[in-house]
Design a binder for this molecule. Structure first.
Ligand SMILES: [Zn+2]
Length: 224
């Protein structure tokens, strides 16, 4: 089942940017040129404006990883929609909680001059299935190590402005039919090989290999 990613019209993009007042609604980042558009229901075909939220790439990757839940994203979208309709007054005393490990962030309410505070908790609450990679810290950390290395080298290939840090999480999900940390421990080795191959295939990865340098530490080097 392949889903086509339809391009989003410029007009919609402009409205989405206006909706967030050119600031990431989660972390306040204002480097809007790099912002990405998130499909709230994860269906890339659904370009209805109520399904779209413009956010910074870092927060986008947190959503893709599950550090920020779909429910939380919907709360933010609802808030922005209400605000745009001028009905935010009634809601402005509510606090929207974001579980993700995001910096304290505020969204100014231009109507009531009140502020909604996104409370962050230091540790996101993540539920992993029994036997999932996420249940074991050393497995999870090693996967994180490979993903970080991949993103570091990939960024070198495509350039910071074109880099999509969330993409790798989507690629893993597509290949393994589960989010990285929800993949069963029995597939840990396949996931490692999958990521290691991708790292080795980046420009930096090939250069290092050619010089006989390691592109990443082995699992046993760290935990063995
Ligand atoms: Zn952000």
């Amino acid at each position: 089942m392949t889903k086509t990613r339809k391009s989003i019209p410029q007009k919609t993009k402009a409205l989405l940017q206006q909706e967030i007042n050119s600031q990431c609604p989660i972390c306040d980042d204002s480097n809007v040129d790099h912002f990405e558009i998130h499909h709230i229901d994860e269906n890339p075909e659904n370009n209805a404006s109520e399904n779209l939220l413009m956010i910074c790439p870092i927060c986008h990757s947190k959503i893709t990883k599950g550090d920020i839940s779909e429910e939380e994203v919907r709360q933010i979208k609802n808030y922005l929609t209400l605000k745009a309709k001028g009905k935010a007054n009634a809601k402005s005393s509510n606090t929207i909680n974001i579980k993700g490990n995001v910096a304290n962030s505020t969204v100014a309410n231009s109507i009531s001059a009140q502020t909604i505070v996104y409370k962050s908790r230091s540790k996101p609450k993540m539920e992993f299935a029994d036997g999932a990679i996420g249940k074991k810290a050393e497995l999870k950390n090693y996967i994180k190590h490979l993903i970080d290395r991949y993103n570091e080298y990939k960024e070198g290939d495509v350039g910071k402005s074109k880099m999509n840090y969330a993409a790798i999480w989507g690629i893993i999900k597509k290949e393994f039919k589960a989010s990285a940390y929800q993949i069963p421990e029995t597939q840990f080795e396949s996931l490692c090989l999958f990521l290691q191959k991708r790292i080795d295939n980046t420009k930096q990865g090939r250069i290092n290999k050619g010089k006989g340098h390691k592109n990443y530490s082995g699992f046993d080097d760290i935990y063995g």
